[in-house]
Design a protein around this ligand. Structure first.
Ligand SMILES: Cc1cc2nc3c(=O)[nH]c(=O)nc-3n(C[C@H](O)[C@H](O)[C@H](O)COP(=O)(O)O)c2cc1C
Length: 407
């Protein structure tokens, strides 16, 4: 029976020092040319002191033309290799694994940031959400092959820079998750229709990345347990994808759920029965364990030491994924392991301004503000007023902040 401080052995033989997994949080800390900055390096140096076994970066884009936020890091060539090396060097101190999360946002790209949006098919979001995004056009097959190659290229550069693994972002409604979803993928060629065809894009990315980085370099994936939308990707389908990835030798699968349309990943709309188990996707993970031997990470909702211990002990997850708690308590795994903290209180963030509170923007702005503080060597501020976080963000980013933020 495992405990939080136990080593985890990945299928490829790589050892992870314990069961804490700092999940991806988009930092918005690249410069205006989408290069890593000193602040970003400092943030990861701090997390490398947290005792987390694996730290995953915020999503790094594989194509500069497909940005989710103006300040995402983009890695499409070796121009910034030295900067990437300092990032990797800082984040891998103390035997910490630093994995780069790589992503293509597909049609979840905000108006004004990109020239056009692309997607598996020309399917619009509901009007309330669509107004934030350009209407996407359908990808040509040669563009699909190009994007697959881009994932492999970014992974190759990450490895060369010293990152110790990569995570493919297959969750939260971005391009891979758009291909998986029958609601968003209406293609009639080999990339759409049956589940076998819808998962082809993810599998081809995995296989191409694997060919590029070799067997000993860990590749993980973040997957939705479901997208929680009518006619969307279901839990049964997610289980089949997990089984297939396991057979192909994936090293780690992180389970999350939802998208901008239905943001379950942050606890919205989560069933009461799931909340009783603290982390939102534990029930699903127990099912996934039955069809796959790949180590799993459940992310979303973990807030107590007991909840984390229990989940590891009963075996429904191999690692505990933590995102928002690590933005406020950057040394959390160490504090939990040393018995200095047992619960994490994170109240929902509301300003009282309806326009602001209705979108996910404020919640994310508040956490981004904490990341910014860590990057500037300032202590985090759990008491930070949501209104002050908003004003500071407006000061830094102008009215861009009123666009909904990515998760
Ligand atoms: C500010 C912020 C940025 C995020 N950016 C990403 C991201 O780039 N990639 C990703 O997979 N998830 C992202 N997430 C989602 C988290 O990884 C995680 O799935 C979610 O916050 C639930 O976990 P928690 O309850 O521990 O926060 C983000 C969350 C926050 C709060």
């Amino acid at each position: 029976m495992a405990d939080l401080h136990d080593i985890l052995l990945l299928p490829n033989g790589v050892k992870i020092k314990n069961r804490f997994f700092k999940a991806a949080m988009s930092e918005g800390m690249a410069d205006e040319h989408n290069k890593p900055t000193k602040k970003l390096v400092r943030l990861y140096e701090t997390w490398a002191e947290s005792e987390a076994g694996i730290v995953v970066t915020g999503n790094v884009m594989v194509d500069k033309r497909a940005l989710g936020e103006p300040r995402n890091v983009v890695v499409e060539n070796e121009k910034d290799l030295d900067l990437l090396k300092s990032w990797a060097n800082a984040g891998t101190k103390n035997g910490t694994h630093l994995w780069m999360q790589i992503n293509h946002p597909g049609k979840q790209v905000f108006k004004g940031i990109v020239k056009e949006a692309v997607a598996p098919s020309k399917v619009e979001f509901e009007p309330k959400l669509q107004r934030y995004f350009p209407i996407a056009r359908e990808l040509q097959e040669e563009e699909i092959f190009d994007i697959i190659q881009r994932f492999a290229n970014t992974a190759k550069i990450a490895k060369k820079a010293g990152f110790t693994g990569v995570q493919l972002h297959g969750a939260h409604g971005y391009l891979i998750s758009q291909f998986l979803s029958p609601r968003h993928n209406k293609r009639t060629d080999q990339w759409g229709g049956s589940l076998e065809n819808r998962m082809r894009f993810l599998l081809e990315i995995y296989k191409t990345v694997r060919k590029e980085v070799g067997d000993s370099f860990p590749i993980g994936v973040k997957l939705n347990s479901a997208d929680f939308m009518k006619a969307g990707f279901t839990e049964d389908e997610a289980l089949q994808v997990i089984e297939t990835l396991d057979q192909l030798g994936i090293d780690l699968i992180e389970v999350s759920g939802g998208s901008y349309e239905s943001p379950q990943m942050t606890g919205v709309n989560v069933k009461e029965s799931s909340k009783k188990r603290e982390a939102y996707f534990l029930e699903f993970a127990s099912e996934a364990k039955k069809v796959s031997t790949a180590p799993l990470v459940v992310t979303g909702g973990f807030r107590t030491l007991n909840g984390m211990k229990e989940a590891i002990l009963e075996g429904s997850t191999s690692m505990v994924g933590l995102a928002r708690p690590m933005a406020v308590y950057p040394f959390l795994p160490k504090e939990l392991l040393q018995g200095k903290r047992e619960t994490i209180e994170l109240a929902p963030r509301k300003t009282g301004i309806k326009l602001v509170d209705q979108t996910a923007m404020l919640e994310l702005t508040w956490y981004s503000n904490q990341l910014e503080r860590i990057g500037k060597d300032k202590p985090t501020n759990p008491e930070l007023s949501p209104k002050v976080a908003l004003i500071q963000s407006l000061w830094k980013n102008g009215l861009d902040v009123f666009q909904m933020r990515r998760v």
